[in-house]
Design a binder for this molecule. Structure first.
Ligand code: 0RA
Length: 638
């Protein structure tokens, strides 16, 4: 997949840098925190491409005190000779859009990236950029300022024995809403790259804190799977295989653990495809077929038994599917381009997975038997649950309106388009909510204590749990693969908990539940978290006035202009509010602060969900803060 026949002349020139500064979003997605970090990925991707082409094994990223990023590699060095345009090639690569060997014909482009436009885009959006190329025994350097305006010519600084490229840039504060780089974010991405490219050493240094870490994985994605499963009980050693057919190379590592959830994380050209795509599909199809064919052949299934279903077989599976697709046939789909579209990827991943996995199963028959048994248990549980639901529906018809739990206070009118369901922590807050609500369109379901941690239990147990069964029944749209958003009884499902650690735990548990069993609810933006105020402030005077504050700053602001005898009460829980207060502050659509849950990157969240389910409250809070982004209800422009 690599091609060496380009040096200084096969680089095509298309467009100037002003376009990038005018419409940064078109090139890097956004100018917020996400876009800012995209700059880092672009520069790192260039070095990774060089490593993948077989040059250089170590990449170092430095976050500077001056808000800069420096990326160093030990590849061949950016070419510095004369380009067909008359300029030197280094200048062309970093000042002309779409320039770089990656574009046009004959070049490699292995890292996908959102737009993959590389160094010139970063230069356009930087207030400072310095490119140093160690090549042909010399140190070459060029400096740019103010969005890619060159300061002087290409200089030769001296002699060197090494080769490689160092790029330093400072993001332009006029373009980005924030220019503070996030160590953890960069670390995660760098670590992911190290897993995906065996033996590539990735270093990260933060000069602001003097933190420093290195990642290198001799066994690549096999170690990735082991690390994801490290707090679980695997039932076998990781199964790894790789192969290449035509323009597509496939690498897979998989392992079954003794729990029930499924994690498939897929990559195309080292970029995470968060919405899956043809490669993931091919993998799933092959896995189902391999297990079924094997089961028939070795009589693990009787003749009259139906085939095992994919979702049952994948129970407890952790897998990394990493493919490299040649640029000529690379297609992405979806709004954020997070889904591989290349049709050939399905066929080829299917073919390779089927062949290699069958071989593995034949060589590990006892393990195959265990996995098939597990799938049969899952299948039976699903059937039993389906039967129970049908029975419940029949019972309901018999007895007219019956609430499974008897706890739901339904909305007065049945209107799926406007009705809201409040899931309320505790019976006492549930009581106030029932009294305070607008009963025409608001339904209340109090949840007693902690809901079941569905990560620690199988589907069978999850569905036996009263709170969960009640939620599924109340929402009315089934669950799992049978979930049907059209049947959902509510426009908004609002989690209302105390603003403390227990409350955060309940939020995580509920979000995990929705994530696992009713994912389209989250994707459709129907899941919300209510934000109760932290303070009640009563201003005494001729007329008493009550004001609520949601943050410390808000409270201080209010107190600045308040008389001395003003009373401040800190709410510790929802239970301290009476029905009217709860309505005024937290439930009334006119005055409440409701936030919509967007799990930005579902499979990233997935990687961490198991970590969260322990007893560490601070970690849960962190998870909520970094994986779940919140949009204020009235900012949604509905
Ligand atoms: C174009 C051609 C060649 C190397 C590179 C670009 C290159 C770019 C970057 C960016 C960061 N690190 C890099 N390393 C290499 C190959 C030229 C040749 O044939 O030697």
């Amino acid at each position: 997949m690599q091609n060496n026949n380009y040096g200084d002349s096969s680089i095509t020139i298309l467009e100037g840098l002003e376009a990038v500064r005018k419409r940064p979003g078109m090139y890097i997605g956004s100018t917020d925190d996400r876009g800012l970090h995209h700059l880092v990925w672009e520069i790192v991707d260039n070095s990774i491409d060089e490593a993948l082409a077989g040059y250089g094994k170590e990449i170092t990223v430095i976050i500077g005190n001056d808000n800069s990023i420096t990326v160093m590699d030990n590849g061949r060095g950016v070419p510095c000779g004369k380009h067909a345009s008359g300029k030197n090639t280094l200048e062309v690569i970093y000042t002309v859009l779409h320039a770089g060997g990656k574009f046009g014909t004959g070049g490699y482009k292995t890292s996908g990236g959102l737009h993959g436009v590389g160094g010139s885009v970063v230069n356009a959006l930087s207030s400072y950029m310095e490119v140093t190329s160690y090549r042909d025994g010399k140190i070459h350097r060029m400096i740019f300022e103010n969005g890619g305006k060159k300061i002087g010519k290409l200089e030769i600084l001296g002699d060197t024995k090494r080769t490689g490229t160092t790029v330093k840039f400072i993001p332009d504060g006029q373009i980005f809403s924030t220019t503070i780089f996030d160590y953890e974010k960069i670390k995660e991405r760098i670590r992911e790259n190290a897993y995906l490219i065996k033996d590539l050493k990735m270093n990260l240094i933060d000069k602001r804190t003097n933190k420093q870490e290195s990642f290198v994985y001799e066994r690549g994605i096999s170690e990735y799977v082991e690390d994801i499963d490290k707090n679980k009980k695997p039932i076998h050693k990781v199964c790894y295989f790789e192969d290449q057919i035509d323009k597509i190379a496939v690498e897979v590592a998989l392992q079954f653990v003794d729990t029930y959830d499924e994690k498939i994380i897929s990559f195309v050209n080292n970029v995470h495809t968060k919405d899956g795509g043809t490669h993931e599909l091919g993998f799933k199809i092959a896995l189902t077929r391999a297990f079924n064919d094997f089961s028939r052949k070795y009589n693990l299934l009787k003749e009259k038994d139906p085939n095992l279903e994919g979702s049952d077989l994948r129970s407890g599976l952790t897998a990394i599917v990493s493919v490299r697709v040649e640029e000529s046939i690379l297609e992405f789909e979806g709004q954020t381009k997070g889904k591989l579209g290349t049709p050939l990827a399905k066929t080829i991943v299917d073919q390779i997975t089927y062949e290699k996995l069958t071989e593995y199963l034949v060589n590990n028959k006892d393990l195959a038997q265990k996995i098939v048994d597990k799938a049969i248990v899952e299948y039976n549980a699903r059937m039993a649950a389906r039967k129970a639901r049908t029975q419940a529906r029949l019972d309901k018809k018999d007895k007219q309106e019956v609430n499974l739990s008897g706890k739901l206070s339904p909305a007065g009118e049945k209107n799926k388009e406007i009705n809201e369901l409040f899931l309320v922590e505790g019976d006492s807050a549930g009581g106030s909510a029932k009294k305070g609500r607008d009963r025409r369109f608001q339904a209340i379901l109090p949840l007693r204590g902690k809901i079941l941690n569905i990560e620690k239990t199988g589907q069978e147990n999850a569905l036996k749990n009263q709170e969960i069964a009640t939620m599924i029944y109340t929402i009315g749209a089934d669950y799992g693969s049978s979930f049907d958003l059209k049947k959902c009884n509510y426009k908004k499902i609002i989690i209302m908990t105390d603003a403390d650690d227990d409350g955060a735990h309940i939020q995580v548990l509920l979000l995990t539940f929705f994530f696992r069993y009713m994912r389209p609810l989250i994707e459709d933006g129907r899941v919300y978290v209510a934000l109760p105020p932290l303070f009640k402030i009563v201003k005494r005077g001729k007329k008493e006035e009550t004001i609520y504050a949601w943050t410390n700053e808000e409270k201080e602001k209010i107190l600045k202009n308040a008389p001395a005898n003003t009373i401040v009460q800190r709410y510790k829980g929802l239970g301290e509010m009476n029905a009217d207060q709860l309505w005024d502050t937290t439930m009334n659509p006119e005055t409440r602060n409701l936030i919509r849950v967007n799990i930005e990157d579902l499979s990233d969240a997935e990687k961490q969900i198991d970590i969260l389910m322990g007893d560490d409250a601070a970690r849960r809070r962190n998870w909520l803060e970094s994986n779940v982004s919140f949009t204020l209800e009235d900012e949604q422009g509905e």
